[in-house]
Design a protein around this ligand. Sequence first.
Ligand SMILES: C[S@@+](CC[C@H](N)C(=O)[O-])C[C@H]1O[C@@H](n2cnc3c(N)ncnc32)[C@H](O)[C@@H]1O
Length: 188
Amino acid sequence: MRSCGREAERTWVDRFLAALPSDARVLDLGCGVGVPILTNLVARGCRAVGVDFSRSCLREARALCPGAALVRADLAEVEFAPAAFDAAIAFDSIWHVPRQEHARVFARLRTWLGERASFLLTLAAASETEGEIFTDLIGAPIYYDAQPKAQSLHLLRASGFRIVDHHLEPVSDARPSTGHLIILAEAA
Ligand SMILES: C[S@@+](CC[C@H](N)C(=O)[O-])C[C@H]1O[C@@H](n2cnc3c(N)ncnc32)[C@H](O)[C@@H]1O
């Protein structure tokens, strides 16, 4: 469950982490086993909260990252207090949620963040005609959903975020608008 292995992705995570105050309250939505993101947050002195609905991932995260608070919940349903966090990250997790729910996920997250809080996320970018897929990754079909980059950026803006920067890593040269989309946003 390591998704930050590629150098380009690590650079974005490092940029997000470097801008955080040392005692920042940081939410990691879809934290997986907690490595490398949660462990990195805790090592920097952040008060990290990881959310994941996978019992087995959280069991590993508990062992690998004992300093983080862990919540087993659906990231589309979990509840937190208003302005409970100074920053949030959702790396390779929201693409497992149907795209029709993304606006609601972003809008709810916005209420849990303070003013100017950073939000680093990845999504899958698709062409106008593509969307849900199931990919057999680990012997079971894994659900992904995707939508055009412009639509994801629009949903974030409409949910109260400013887009600071973004990068689309295309799947192939033949499909330049389809691929792994990394977005750094800020609570507006
Ligand atoms: C590809 S892993 C990424 C883990 C971690 N963010 C990272 O970058 O290493 C996706 C994670 O999202 C979690 N996930 C997917 N859908 C979720 C949902 N609706 N609610 C909570 N967690 C979810 C999965 O259980 C999995 O741990």
